[in-house]
Each structure stands twice: as structure tokens, then as C-alpha cells.
Design a protein around this ligand. Structure first.
Ligand code: FPP
Length: 253
């Protein structure tokens, strides 16, 4: 029988934290106020996640397309990240969290990179929660890089077969965080925006109208309760369909 993965306790949840700008605009505040309130939401979710059995949490903080934003906004997001890493890494360490930043580092301000390295090494032994924050991240770039690395590795030999290549790509792309079980996007939009495309192949998706700065522990609890209700078939048939007499057309995705 297909085991429903949603009962597992080592889940990987990914969140697209959207709506900071609109949250601020509705209050007549500058966009940066929305990002600042967004950091408070990050803290709430990071506190609650391990209590729900979430072992890996990946937050989309800055996509490679976000460089198109006005420079002062980009700088203020980086400033907030640096402050978060400086202020919160000790608490994260005490709570057994391991912090990792994924994405490109070569375009980030050197002071932010230094803070990232410090926070990562301070929390390297964390075992309760693997907290990944995606900064200057593009999933298409990550996939392309993994494919390019593979091509280089096989430059002088015959390329391996399709299945082997697929397995190698999967291993390269999921080595750190694994596949995503549940993806939440706040802010009302319903798209993936170049976030963990390979890793989300079988993720359950939840889109909520709630703006990220308003998202709290109770929202995470409600979202998670919905996730626990979902039946995950991974392309196979439901055990109930397997038992029914006219199940020959089963196998819905
Ligand atoms: C999306 O809202 C949010 C961002 C692009 C930035 C997210 C950054 C933070 C929450 C602060 C720093 C993060 C950490 C992890 C400490 P938006 O600005 O696109 O909102 P809008 O769609 O309403 O304009």
C-alpha cells in the first residue's frame, strides 16, 4: 500500500513569502516597513515549525529576479537580512536549528556574505530544524548549473543513460534539502516564481491571501492541518481506488 507521506514527521516545507509591499502600502508605509514586519513573521514561523514536525524549512527571501527592484529597496532587504543573522543566530543555535543560505553569493554585499558565513558556522551542529533561506536564488539557474557540472564530469566519456542522468540530477539538486513536501505561498498570487522547481515535483501546494507580514503561528497550524488532510499518491493510485471493482482507469495525478 502507498504510504501517505503527509503523516511523516521529517517534513520539508517551503514558503514563498509574498505581500510585504502591499501590506505596507495599505498602511501608507514605505515598502521597507513591510519587509521589516516580514522578518517578524519569519521569526514566528521558525519558532513554530519544529513543533509541527517540520524538519526542513526553506524560505524564499530574495529571488535572482528581485535585482530589478529599486536599489534602495534591495539594500534595505540585505540590511534586514544581515541584522536578522546577527541578532538571531545565537537563539537559532540554542534551539538546535542549522541555518543555511542557498543561492548565489558572488553578487551579495561582502558584509552580508561575512554574516552568512558566521551564522552558518555558528549553527552547523543544529539537528532539530534545517532552516534554509534562499537569497539571490533561481531554481532554473540551479538546475542549469547541476546539468552543466554533469556535462563537465562526462566531457571525456560517453554520457551515462537517461535514468542515471536523472538520478544524478536529482541527487545534485536535493543533496541539501531533499524534495519539498509542502509549499505555501502568501500574498494571493498562484505561481512558483522560479523557486525549487525540481524539488517541488510532488509537493502539495497551498496559496493563501494572507500577506506575509500578517502570517503567524496559527496560520501555519491551519495550513498544516490542510496538508495533513491531503492524500499523497505520487502518481500511483489511491489504496481505496485499488480496492474498488472498476479501478482500471485509476492513476490520477
Ligand atoms: C516579497 O514581498 C518579499 C520579498 C521580496 C522580500 C522578503 C524579505 C524579507 C521577509 C526580509 C528579510 C528576510 C529574512 C529571511 C530575514 P513583495 O515585496 O514582493 O510584496 P508585494 O508583492 O506586495 O510587493
Amino acid at each position: 500500500m502507498m504510504q501517505s507521506k503527509s503523516q511523516r514527521q521529517d517534513l520539508h516545507v517551503a514558503i514563498i513569502m509574498d505581500g510585504n509591499g502591499r501590506w505596507a502600502a495599505r498602511r501608507g508605509l514605505p515598502r521597507v516597513a513591510g519587509h521589516r514586519a516580514g522578518v517578524a513573521a519569519v521569526r514566528r514561523v521558525v519558532e513554530r515549525a519544529p513543533e509541527l514536525g517540520i524538519k526542513r524549512l526553506t524560505l524564499y527571501a530574495f529571488s535572482s529576479d528581485n535585482w530589478r527592484r529599486p536599489a534602495p529597496e534591495v539594500q534595505s532587504i540585505f540590511w534586514l537580512m544581515r541584522a536578522y543573522l546577527r541578532l538571531d543566530s545565537e537563539r537559532l543555535r540554542q534551539r538546535g536549528a542549522r541555518l543555511q543560505i542557498i543561492g548565489r553569493r558572488d553578487r551579495l554585499p561582502p558584509l552580508l556574505v561575512r554574516e552568512i558565513e558566521r551564522a552558518e558556522s555558528a549553527t552547523v551542529n543544529g539537528r532539530c530544524l534545517h532552516l534554509r533561506i534562499a537569497v539571490d536564488y533561481s531554481s532554473r539557474d540551479a538546475i542549469t548549473r547541476a546539468a552543466a557540472d554533469m556535462t563537465t564530469a562526462f566531457a571525456r566519456n560517453r554520457p551515462p543513460g537517461f535514468e542515471l542522468m536523472r538520478g544524478m540530477l536529482t541527487r545534485a539538486l536535493t543533496a541539501d534539502g531533499g524534495e519539498v513536501d509542502f509549499l505555501i505561498r502568501t500574498g494571493g498570487e498562484q505561481r512558483l516564481s522560479d523557486f525549487l522547481l525540481w524539488e517541488c515535483a510532488y509537493a502539495e501546494l497551498l496559496f493563501t491571501e494572507r500577506m506575509w507580514p500578517d502570517f503567524d503561528a496559527a496560520d501555519l497550524d491551519r495550513a498544516f492541518a490542510q496538508f495533513r488532510q491531503r492524500e499523497r499518491r505520487f502518481g500511483a493510485v489511491s489504496p481505496i481506488v485499488l480496492l474498488s471493482p472498476d479501478s482500471s482507469s485509476g492513476g490520477a495525478r
